[in-house]
Design a protein around this ligand. Structure first.
Ligand SMILES: [Zn+2]
Length: 384
């Protein structure tokens, strides 16, 4: 464990990367973060969440300040995805070596660099303004890259039970495709998986009248599911999309009508729908096929949009002043823990560059971390 010293975000990034916190492993990452925040005067709670059949996960809630002003929180995760084939890396994935102005390591951009920037920015702000009106808090989980059961969702629940709330939240996920400043995420699409199964009756292809082939029925159903666009999109979202991802019969014979056929699909839907109305739409499209199929739906997050307001416009302006780029306000990409946080307050996402995340030789430019840290610092000074 190292001390915060002057809060250099590069030093902090390297210290976090050196913890092998591959989900659900923590390897000291949460404790290190908590140690720095305590040195800065934060009240810290390390929470161990558990659930039968899953691994225990450490989470961190930390807060400094008072109730005399707005509450801003930084959110993120200290866990990382596995390093993959170690021999393909050009350096040890947990050594945080600096090569040609870049720190290479698992979690460098997703998202230990951003967490280090949160801490560094907060340190600089507090060194200048010990007595500000309001509060800064940290919502940090070790369960984002995994099944996300013992993570942010439970932490938010715990906050609710303890009557802790916040107004605005910045999630430090890597939002920029190539260059720092390109993209703020102000919402995410919802996602639902479906498995459709049609049961027929197995039989000999030469005696089709004695069998019932499920395949034409399934094709018909899929045709109905996909024939019309779900919507046209809107000002902030691309059109909702239904994608068939698999059609399975498992038939190895050429002379047998199979017993059953199934298909999988995924829908990424915008805020024209929610998890209920998207189900209604699916059911409406399948109405004519009642009793011919069974359907299992699995939701993994509702759509949401943070209406552009002061937080978004301030952040955009600060980013432009620092990078010269006017950030896109985007709702693209996969889901993140913002899907849970949006139920409790305004949430926007802005972090590092997504290009190398989850890859061999994940890396982050030293300059980008320094710039991001300054952007977060400017956000704090403007916010309070
Ligand atoms: Zn991430």
């Amino acid at each position: 464990m190292i001390n915060i010293e002057n809060g250099d975000p590069i030093v902090l990034t390297k210290a976090l990367i050196s913890c092998r916190s591959v989900t659900p492993q923590n390897d000291g990452a949460i404790e290190q973060l908590s140690h720095w925040l305590k040195e800065m005067g934060f009240k810290c709670d390390i929470l161990n969440f558990k659930e039968e059949g899953t691994d225990d996960v450490l989470n961190l809630w930390a807060r400094i300040g008072n109730d005399e002003g707005p509450a801003l929180c930084f959110a993120g995760h200290t866990d990382v995805v596995p390093e993959g084939d170690k021999t393909s890396w050009s350096t040890d994935p947990f050594a945080a070596n600096e090569i040609d102005g870049k720190i290479i390591g698992r979690g460098a951009t997703d998202m230990k660099g951003a967490i280090a920037s949160f801490v560094s920015a907060t340190k600089k702000f507090l060194d200048e303004r010990k007595n500000f009106a309001g509060s800064i808090s940290f919502i940090i989980t070790g369960d984002e890259e995994g099944i996300a059961i013992n993570g942010t969702k439970k932490l938010l629940n715990w906050m609710d039970e303890n009557s802790i709330s916040f107004d605005d939240c910045i999630v430090g996920e890597p939002t920029n495709p190539k260059r720092l400043g390109e993209m703020i995420k102000i919402g995410r699409r919802g996602s639902v998986n479906g498995i459709l199964t049609v049961d027929g009756q197995q039989g000999h292809v030469a005696y089709p009248h004695l069998a019932k082939n499920p395949i034409p029925i399934l094709l018909n159903i899929l045709n109905n599911l996909t024939s019309d666009q779900l919507d046209q999109g809107n000002e902030h979202f691309q059109p909702s999309n239904l994608e068939i991802t698999s059609v399975d019969v498992g038939n190895k014979a050429t002379n047998v009508i199979p017993q059953s056929a199934s298909a999988k699909f995924n829908i990424r839907y915008n805020d024209n729908f929610n998890s209920e109305t998207i189900e209604d739409e699916i059911n409406r499209r399948l109405e004519n096929f009642k009793n011919n199929f069974s359907l299992k739906l699995e939701h993994s997050g509702d759509s949401f949009l943070t209406k552009p307001g002061k937080l978004v416009s301030d952040l955009s302006e600060i980013i432009f002043n620092k990078t010269g780029i006017n950030p896109d306000l985007s709702t693209s990409g996969g889901t993140s823990d913002a899907r849970f946080i949006k139920n409790y307050g305004n949430v926007v996402e802005f972090g590092l560059i997504s290009e190398t995340m989850h890859q061999i030789d994940e890396s982050v430019a030293v300059k980008d971390i320094n710039d991001l840290s300054e952007i977060y610092y400017e956000v704090l000074t403007k916010y309070f």
